[in-house]
Design a protein around this ligand. Structure first.
Ligand SMILES: NC(=O)c1ccc[n+]([C@@H]2O[C@H](COP(=O)([O-])OP(=O)(O)OC[C@H]3O[C@@H](n4cnc5c(N)ncnc54)[C@H](OP(=O)(O)O)[C@@H]3O)[C@@H](O)[C@H]2O)c1
Length: 210
């Protein structure tokens, strides 16, 4: 299965590329800069140059699935949050629909449907994430929207907690990446949105409980 990872040079993106390759998928690593390509190859990825703010059609063409793990980051102005986290995601979703991949996995965030319930400084970001998620839900794609709490760089336990809504908490990027990959084939996650935190249940079992 050919899987495109948008945001492949990011912290979670790199784990996605590595784990996809290790699991036998063809991991297409979408990056913005020529100099990032070599690192993607070292991780087992097949580099593809594309920017979410530009044409992404060539990156999506021929893929079986697309994973969105990009983000504007916390140090950019609100315009970038809109341009990347909302409009960049929507650009990629539209290309996915147009070029035929059926499966789309979105790395979203807890409280994206209720930004006012999250931390005040994240309200605008959560609103943009929520709008991208709403766009995805209105497509015919087999989407899965994964909404983790605060991301950590801990090694990961492969044990998580999932539900439509959860209290605040954290989860490792490693377990988020493994969960997103498991969603590619776990049909019980198709056309579903869920929040996730570190927990006591094996990833596969947790996904079946949704
Ligand atoms: N941090 C948290 O606690 C938290 C919690 C819940 C959800 N999330 C979500 O999880 C996402 C991933 O987190 P992370 O820490 O792994 O992200 P990260 O390390 O900040 O990586 C984000 C990646 O997105 C890429 N990107 C930015 N703009 C782009 C564009 N226009 N076109 C293509 N790629 C672009 C960046 O590319 P470059 O490498 O070229 O800059 C970067 O590699 C976040 O963005 C956020 O939406 C985060």
């Amino acid at each position: 299965m050919k899987v495109l990872v948008a945001g492949a040079n990011g912290h979670t993106g790199r784990l996605l590329v590595q784990n996809l390759d290790a699991a036998g998928y063809e991991a297409y690593a979408m990056v913005r800069k020529e100099e990032q390509k070599q690192e993607m190859e070292k991780l087992g990825g097949i580099p593809v140059l594309a920017d979410l703010e530009g044409d992404v059609g060539h990156a999506v063409k021929g893929m079986d699935a697309v994973i969105f793990a990009a983000g504007s980051g916390s140090k950019t102005p609100p315009e970038k949050t809109k341009d990347v986290d909302r409009d960049g995601a929507i650009n990629l979703i539209k290309a996915t629909e147009k070029f035929g991949a059926k499966k789309f996995i979105m790395l979203s965030a807890m409280k994206a449907d209720n930004p006012e319930q999250g931390p005040e400084k994240l309200e605008y970001y959560l609103k943009m994430k929520g709008e991208a998620d709403a766009f995805l839900r209105n497509t015919e794609l087999d989407y899965t929207i994964v909404r983790p709490g605060a991301l950590t760089n801990e090694p990961g336990t492969s044990k998580i907690k999932v539900a439509e809504t959860l209290d605040r908490g954290s989860v490792s990027r490693s377990d988020v990446a493994k969960t997103m990959i498991a969603c590619l084939e776990e049909q019980n996650t198709y056309r579903k949105t869920f929040e996730m935190l570190e927990g006591d249940t094996q990833i596969e079992e947790a996904l079946k409980s949704l």
